[in-house]
Design a protein around this ligand. Structure first.
Ligand code: BGC
Length: 500
């Protein structure tokens, strides 16, 4: 039975825990690097000439329509195929996490990623390039399922929120590094793009070596019946010998989880609906803020506005930096201000930015020609205020909230739905954005604004506040008290009876 207050177990920040954080860093970095690298590469002439000559021709055409010069399904497939692969892979990854453990799953993730980097960097034909993307995608699917789970399980309870956002922080660092690398390699002819894609192997190799060094998480060991190993792992992680109380809690949690033979079925029962709905919609909405239109295609978007290749890459470096910096705000604020206020504030900020961008483009950017310098600078500024809002709210909350709203028995299965919803919507945006830009032109920004309005209303009425609530008491203190969601628990037997 859970106590009223969260128990703080003894722990020190040991070198082992630090190693785990670095591990997380490289898992996130691997994901972020990939998000950031694709857009810059698809704007490079050498790359386009080799794989997408028609797009290149269109781009070179002086009078070409601004909004349509990059509209090409195959070019979008270059970016998006990764997420389709990741979507499928995340379900296998959730199984691998349970059966093989987190450590092996992370090792597999980095191996796929290294292969992906090798194929992509060496590609001479489009199909090899796409194969490389698919391998990358499997790596992302495995990594994004296992790394946050791994982190949650090794983090002392009182630092879990901050440690979780560390994953997102390194996603943003990965995106930023990728932008910088693209900026550098865009001047290396004709193979700069190969360097960009090949360098993805570096974080993956570090992650691979890291996953060989660290031990499995205590929960995963206990879950697979290796209690002795689980206890010594916990002692190592916590840096103290007296871990009995915490270990006991892990054993009880795993025991409880084991009684639920089919977590996916339990997830679809009445009481599973509220957390499942929130986890899925938080991720759908995260993507429909339009963030990846900026993250993937910022260089292309800035070229649409009339920037030259160099200036547009530089602008995306600036937005990358804003993304990293603003994530720190979230680490600081999430447990003080709370999740809901951050999400709501960001909706207002992102809405204003998007509407302003859309209006400027609508009035001033004609199909040919470019924005004048002053207005272009205003648009870059507005993109920055938009990214800022995302980075301290929907970015980190997309991963944090789904990880803390499920009871233990459905947590990993529920989280798999969050990961796959993210990947599905990332795929949709990556595949459709350039065509949408071509057909909707500046209205694309109003399209995303409408989504932001809807998600603001969703948060207002449906997303509960989980700040400071012990994770095992979320059902009692959050769901059962919520004006809308409490109905889903009406016919529930008390926990003690259910377990008997
Ligand atoms: C999202 C990514 C996005 C990134 C931007 C992550 O939380 O899942 O799709 O590109 O944030 O920083």
């Amino acid at each position: 039975m859970a106590s009223e207050e969260q128990i703080v177990f003894k722990s020190k920040v040991t070198s082992y825990v630090m190693a785990c954080w670095i591990l997380a860093a490289f898992g996130g970095l691997m994901f972020g690097y990939d998000i950031g690298i694709s857009g810059g590469v698809s704007g490079m002439d050498d790359f386009l000439i080799k794989f997408f000559p028609k797009v290149h021709e269109r781009k070179m055409h002086a009078n070409e329509n601004n909004y349509c010069k990059y509209d090409d399904q195959l070019l979008q497939l270059f970016t998006s195929s990764l997420y389709l692969a990741a979507l499928v892979a995340s379900f296998f990854a959730s199984r691998a996490c349970t059966v093989l453990g987190r450590k092996l799953t992370i090792l597999m993730a980095s191996s796929f990623f290294i292969l992906g980097a090798a194929f992509s960097a060496a590609a001479n034909a489009l199909w090899v390039l796409i194969l490389g993307r698919i391998l990358f995608g499997i790596g992302v699917g495995f990594g994004n399922e296992a790394v946050p789970l791994f982190l949650t399980e090794v983090a002392p309870a009182q630092h879990r929120g901050a440690v979780n956002i560390l994953f997102q922080l390194f996603v943003t660092i990965g995106i930023f590094i990728a932008n910088l690398i693209n900026y550098g390699t865009s001047t290396v002819h004709p193979h700069g793009w190969r360097i960009s894609l090949g360098l993805a192997a570096i974080p993956a190799i570090i992650l691979l070596l890291g996953s060989l060094v660290i031990t499995e998480t205590p929960s995963s060991l206990v879950e697979r019946g290796q209690e002795d190993k689980g206890k010594s792992a916990l002692k190592r992680i916590r840096g103290v010998d007296d871990v009995d109380a915490e270990f006991q809690q892990i054993v009880v949690a795993c025991e409880q989880a084991r009684q639920v033979k089919k977590p996916f079925q339990k997830l679809f029962k009445r009481s599973g609906i509220p957390p499942l709905t929130i986890a899925i919609f938080i991720q759908i909405f995260q993507q429909f803020t339009g963030i990846n239109a900026i993250m993937f295609y910022a260089p292309v978007l800035f070229q649409t506005l009339g920037f030259k290749t160099d200036a547009s890459l530089l602008s995306s470096v600036i937005t990358g930096l804003v993304n990293v910096g603003s994530t720190f705000v979230s680490i600081y604020a999430v447990d003080k201000i709370g999740r809901r206020k951050l999400l709501l504030e960001a909706c207002v900020q992102m809405l204003i930015s998007q509407i302003a961008i859309g209006s400027i483009l609508q009035i001033h950017l004609k199909e040919t020609g470019s924005l004048d310098k002053g207005l272009a600078a205003v648009v870059v500024f507005l993109v920055c205020t938009y990214v800022m809002g995302f980075a301290w709210s929907w970015g980190p909350m997309g991963w944090l909230i789904p990880s803390e709203i499920f009871p233990v028995e459905t947590r990993t299965a529920g989280f798999a739905f969050a990961v796959s919803s993210n990947m599905l919507c990332t795929f949709i945006i990556a595949q459709a954005f350039l065509s949408m830009l071509c057909h909707m032109r500046s209205f694309i920004f109003f399209f995303f604004s409408a989504w932001i309005l809807v998600m603001g209303i969703f948060v207002l009425f449906l997303v509960p506040e989980t700040k400071g609530v012990p994770i095992d008491l979320v059902e009692e203190r959050v769901w059962k008290q919520h004006p809308v969601w409490k109905k889903f628990f009406d016919d529930e037997k008390p926990k003690s009876l259910e377990m008997a």
